[in-house]
Design a protein around this ligand. Structure first.
Ligand code: BTN
Length: 247
């Protein structure tokens, strides 16, 4: 991971650029990096604020040789890698929130956007998009964020060496990706569950059409969040907003 880097001072979106390169045959492990994004993409069609020179905006090209129904396992790769890189550079422990938020003291520190390109035979390529708020200052956040956000600079008072952070992150991504290939989902699942502070806790899950209550039992092989209901059954959740209950 990151042996080959496609670097840009400013680009619309590193995910967009990485998908173009992947479609044109780019090798697995290629990383697109930018100092600034003019049209950074977030989940659910939102935009991702990407001011110049302060944060990390990266997109990794992967070509996983796994069946399509295991693709969701790769969602957890970048969350755990970001958590480990943050801990190494700052000593701080982040909390992971299902499906793929990285929080620091309840504030959003990183955004992750996996984009899968599938064919009938399986996965063609996967773009792992990672945005980490490193040295962003309070005035650089927009006011209308769904979650309050933070950066490592705001949390620690010290600026982060972005190149060093990127090196740590690429190392962790590579190790976890190799581990997933060698040993299957279990080690990655356990690492994710340990970093999710809602594991074992009582939660409410707002799925849009219904609201579920239960205790977080962990992750399923297909990436679903497992909820143990009051009746004792295990219920997989594929989409929804999870929060502690009672609040
Ligand atoms: C989210 O909505 O939480 C996901 C945000 C993902 C942002 C990153 S920044 C690098 C990569 N390029 C993009 O356009 N988006 C992702």
């Amino acid at each position: 991971v990151g042996r080959q880097i496609d670097y840009h001072a400013c680009i619309d979106s590193t995910n967009e650029r990485a998908s173009q390169l992947a479609r044109a045959g780019a090798e697995e492990g290629l990383v697109v990096l930018a100092e600034e994004q003019s049209a950074g993409r977030g989940r659910l069609g939102r935009s991702w604020r990407s001011p110049a020179g302060v944060n990390l905006y990266a997109s990794l090209v992967l070509r996983p040789q796994v069946p399509l129904n295991q693709a969701a396992q790769l969602t957890f790769l970048s969350a755990v890698a970001v958590a480990r890189a943050v801990e190494q550079i700052s000593g701080l422990q982040v909390q992971l929130k299902w499906p793929n938020d990285v929080l620091l003291q309840g504030h959003k520190l990183a955004g992750l956007l996996n984009e899968l390109s599938a064919e009938t035979e399986g996965i063609h390529h996967l773009i792992v998009g990672i945005g980490v708020n490193l040295n962003m200052t309070a005035d650089q956040f927009s006011a209308d964020l769904r979650y309050p956000a933070t950066s490592l600079l705001l949390a620690t008072g010290r600026p982060v060496d972005r190149v060093h952070f990127a090196q740590l992150l690429f190392q962790e991504l590579e190790q976890l990706y190799l581990l997933l290939q060698r040993s299957g989902f279990t080690p990655l699942r356990l690492a994710w569950e340990a970093l999710c502070d809602l594991t074992g806790r009582s939660v409410q899950v707002d799925c849009g059409s219904e609201i579920l209550y239960g205790t977080v039992a962990g992750l399923a092989e297909d990436g679903a969040l497992l909820l143990r209901t009051a009746a004792g059954d295990i219920h997989p959740v594929y989409a929804g907003d999870v929060r502690p209950w009672p609040p």
